[in-house]
Design a protein around this ligand. Structure first.
Ligand code: ISL
Length: 537
């Protein structure tokens, strides 16, 4: 249990707690719901759970607007439920990673309420970023990620900075009290037995607000940061993480941390450094189309980077912010490469694209075998093990995501991947809970349910379970050797003679020598069909 490197090749399963399982029947998932599904988590064979925010919150941004960093949202449970969850998971040999949101609090956080009540230039205001406007205009022309100005005005005329929703005021990371309070939060959860942290927008936090504030027209894009942007990916942010690392290393085993940082691959290493958080998400596959060249390039680049900085690679196809990959892979190929521009997280409803569900699922199945054969850690998002599709038909009145309310009006936001999981073929809320479901599940959800797939050896759920079991037996060192030969195939070998081969082409290809232990789709004689991955030993 106390292996300090447990995270290096861990399979981490992301739970979006409001949509996983609802034990108290109020239509919203909760901690007891997760505990009740422990046998399911065990049956998957994951190493760790990453829990998205479960803190008290007005849910202006699905819980990423935190009212109190050291408590549990009463709708989700209590601190003692949390302790019970930790104990239950640990008893089953599963680690727990919690989400921490340091860039911004909610506007209901005690500190923000104090700031509003306090005079200008007071210590209470200094915990956030308040500025005078220019005439009746905000201090600068900066946009928030969710659309509209990044500044909101308060009663006395000052403006505060919010990179996300107005209900998410940015904290001032030049303020020592803010830094100390987050260390207190890290200790609070570490003391409760949490094994690691997922750090939300880790590339924000420290900002350069020196006057004059530059116009957005002169700034590099967030995804092309170079350390000079006043808001994103500043080198000084690593001082924060170096301090955190010392705290996290006081625990046995040291608490892990993974950075959510939308930065170019070349700048990711800083976040993954052993002196800092230790690991960073690589979203390159999540943002890539199903494309041989791009996959190969991303995998090579990330393995090389991880080796250089002593961290391990991370792989992720889906999370609570993006259109589910079983759906993305069913969309027509994007000629403009728009997926790579962050648009993976919003399905436009201007012209509804036709989704080829069969193709999407086939590729998603091939993708997970590829991912699980790679060295490094794999991050799975709840429901992907069911091959779940994005829910495109949520009625407008049911949408919750601020991206929907705030952006240009043509986008659905991120609710379509956050619809509560279907556990049973039928029944109220497909077994999610006894009180309906806060995001409406479509009629077709039951066909993807756990119940529908459980007894079916060919189901996507069975594929995930088998793959995780086989991986557990085969995973050893982090070495990988490419085998080149067959066009359009990603073929590599891992220690112990484990081979993975994915056919990205349209025609079936010859299988290499070896015994097939698992394939994402039935083989065609001794050929590997299109959009299929096979494992051989
Ligand atoms: O800015 C982006 C793309 O250009 C975003 O990808 C951004 O970095 C990302 O959305 C950050 O996400 C995280 O923080 C948000 C929250 O809404 C998301 O759910 C969370 O994953 C604000 O806390």
């Amino acid at each position: 249990l106390s292996d300090p490197n447990w995270w290096r090749q861990a399979v981490v399963y992301q739970i979006y707690p409001r949509s996983f399982a609802d034990a108290n029947g109020d239509g919203v998932g909760d901690l007891q719901g997760i505990i009740s599904r422990l046998p399911y988590l065990v049956s998957l064979g994951i190493d760790a759970v990453w829990l998205s925010p479960f803190y008290p919150s007005a849910l202006a941004d699905g819980g990423y607007d935190v009212d109190d960093y050291r408590d549990v949202d009463p709708r989700l449970g209590t601190l003692s439920d949390f302790d019970e969850l930790v104990e239950a998971l640990h008893g089953a040999g599963i680690k727990l990673i919690v989400d921490i949101v340091p860039n911004h609090s909610s506007d209901r956080h005690e500190w923000f309420r104090e700031a509003l009540a306090a005079p200008k230039d007071s210590p209470a205001r200094d915990r956030y970023i308040f500025r005078e406007g220019v005439g009746d205009q905000p201090p600068s022309d900066w946009d928030s990620v969710f659309g509209g100005s990044a500044w909101a005005q308060i009663e006395d005329g000052q403006w505060y900075l919010h990179l996300f929703a107005a209900e998410q005021p940015d904290l001032n990371w030049d303020n020592r009290e803010v830094r100390d309070d987050f260390i207190k939060t890290l200790r609070f959860w570490s003391d409760r037995g949490v094994d690691g942290f997922r750090v939300d927008v880790a590339h924000a936090l420290v900002k350069d607000l020196s006057e004059p504030l530059p116009s957005k027209t002169t700034l590099p894009r967030q995804s092309e940061s170079n350390g000079l942007h006043p808001l994103w990916d500043r080198d000084e942010v690593h001082d924060v993480y170096h301090e955190w690392r010392q705290v996290l290393n006081e625990y046995d085993p040291p608490r892990s941390a993974v950075a959510e940082a939308f930065v170019p691959a070349t700048r990711r290493a800083r976040y993954a450094s052993a002196k800092g958080l230790g690991q960073a998400f690589n979203f390159d596959l999540l943002q890539a189309d199903w494309d041989y060249d791009r996959f190969r390039q991303v995998i090579e680049e990330n393995l090389a980077l991880a080796e250089q900085n002593g961290s391990s690679s991370t792989w992720v196809f889906s999370n609570h912010d993006v259109v589910r990959h079983a759906t993305r892979y069913g969309l027509p190929k994007d000629p403009d490469g728009a997926w790579q521009d962050g648009k993976a997280w919003l399905l436009s409803n201007g012209t509804e694209p036709t989704v080829d569900v069969e193709q999407g699922l086939r590729r998603a199945r091939a993708a997970v075998l590829l991912m699980l054969a790679l060295p490094g850690s794999a991050y799975l998002y709840q429901g992907e093990e069911l091959g779940l599709q994005e829910v495109g038909e949520l009625p407008a009145a049911n949408l919750q995501d601020p991206a929907y309310f705030r952006s240009k009006g043509a986008e659905k936001g991120r609710d379509g991947c956050r619809v509560p999981l279907p556990w049973t073929v039928g029944g109220l809320s497909f077994g999610f809970g006894a009180g309906g479901s806060h995001l409406l599940q479509p009629k077709w959800f039951g066909t993807y349910s756990v119940e529908a797939q459980e007894g079916d050896a060919d189901s996507t759920l069975s594929l995930y379970r088998k793959a995780l079991a086989v991986r557990r037996g085969l995973q050893s060192s982090e070495d990988l050797e490419w085998v080149d030969g067959v066009d359009w195939s990603l073929h590599f070998q891992r220690p112990g003679g484990w081979q993975s081969i994915t056919n990205f082409g349209a025609a079936p290809i010859e299988l290499p020598d070896g015994a097939v232990v698992l394939s994402s789709a039935p083989l065609e004689g001794d050929k590997l069909p299109a959009d299929t991955t096979a494992w051989l030993i």
